[in-house]
Design a protein around this ligand. Structure first.
Ligand SMILES: *[C@@H]1O[C@H](CO)[C@@H](O)[C@H](O)[C@H]1NC(C)=O
Ligand SMILES: *[C@@H]1O[C@H](CO)[C@@H](O)[C@H](O)[C@H]1NC(C)=O
Ligand SMILES: *[C@@H]1O[C@H](CO)[C@@H](O)[C@H](O)[C@H]1NC(C)=O
Length: 295
């Protein structure tokens, strides 16, 4: 009997170990709902990582997200003709920003979307296509960021009100808002990394900034596609592309310089990229298409 007990105990340990290794890869990124469909693994698997800075608009519960390899797809025109859609779709979690489309661009950017990080200013763009975003692709998690004045829950937050209405119309939609505390945290990170105060220097953080901060908490490894580095626009023979892969017109580098130098209301894209390169030395992050060399 003792032998049997020891054998059972060993089996249990082995089962736990293999769980640790396998489950982040297989189960990655799906919310509680899909975990409930797997009652057997549920008890053995370590809990999904909980992110208290992101609250579900309908249930008021915090975001649960735990991924092995994350692919973050830039909205940049750099994605055009890259043909990495298949590779992207193999990742455990796929992150997109704002209203970046997949339909019609699958070969270059992939078709799956696990999570979309969305600026308060882009919420109306999603609502223009709400049947697509909140019904057809109801597996996607939406994380919205925005300033308190637009996100307040007391009835006067314009964007929060839109989101509230959306979850009333689309009960399946998984929409989360970034808490005021988390927004301040993202500002603090900017100050810590650059020595500059975000507000006093008259700038807004970009959706890419909020995306990377959350991804570093939720992913074991990150692969960023299509983001240019801080010196790209000054490098020899750089590829001149549109700012967005899905919108002709505005030029990427023109837009970067315009924002970087705007006295008020710009995104400091170039400064942010310099910080991302530093993060990539401490976290498991790679940047390709174009490639960054990180020493
Ligand atoms: C959720 O998305 C699936 C796949 O597109 C769709 O078939 C289903 O009708 C959607 N569910 C709801 C309640 O909208
Ligand atoms: C960029 O990096 C990828 C992945 O590390 C590699 O396969 C590819 O050859 C690199 N491309 C260039 C142009 O250096
Ligand atoms: C930044 O991008 C340029 C152009 O692709 C490249 O030549 C340079 O090596 C890159 N620098 C770093 C630090 O990644």
């Amino acid at each position: 009997m003792v032998v049997g007990f020891i054998a059972a105990f060993l089996l249990l340990i082995i089962a736990r170990l293999t769980n640790e290794v396998n489950f982040p890869l297989i189960l990655s990124c799906f919310g509680q709902a899909s975990v409930k469909l797997m009652p057997f693994s549920y008890t053995q698997r370590r809990p999904l990582r909980t992110h208290y800075g992101y609250i579900n608009v309908k249930t008021e519960e915090p975001l649960q997200l735990d991924c092995d390899l994350c692919a973050i797809i830039s909205n940049s025109g750099q994605m055009t003709k890259q043909k990495v859609g298949y590779e992207i779709d193999q990742s455990s979690c796929i992150w997109r920003m704002n209203n970046a489309p997949t339909r019609g661009y699958e070969d270059d950017v992939g078709k799956r979307t696990t999570i979309r990080v969305v600026s308060h200013t882009s919420v109306p763009l999603l609502l223009k296509n709400s049947e697509y975003f909140f019904k057809e692709t109801n597996n996607t998690v939406y994380v919205i960021w925005g300033p308190f004045r637009n996100m307040r829950k007391d009835g006067s937050g314009i964007v929060y009100n839109m989101l509230k209405k959306t979850v009333d119309n689309y009960p399946e939609a998984k929409i989360y808002v970034t808490t005021e505390k988390r927004m301040s945290y993202c500002d603090e990170v900017f100050k810590m990394e650059t020595g500059r105060d975000r507000i006093q220097s008259g700038s807004y953080l970009s959706t890419g900034w909020f995306t990377l901060i959350l991804a570093m908490d939720a992913c074991y490894r990150i692969h960023v596609y299509g983001m240019i580095n801080d010196t790209y626009c000054k490098s020899e023979g750089f590829r001149k592309v549109p700012y967005h892969y899905y919108e002709p017109g505005r030029d990427e580098c023109d837009e970067y310089f315009l924002h970087e130098n705007a006295p008020y209301g710009g995104h400091r894209f170039i400064t942010e990229k310099k910080v991302f390169a530093e993060w990539a030395k401490k976290h498991s992050i790679i940047f390709t298409h174009p490639n960054w060399t990180l020493s």
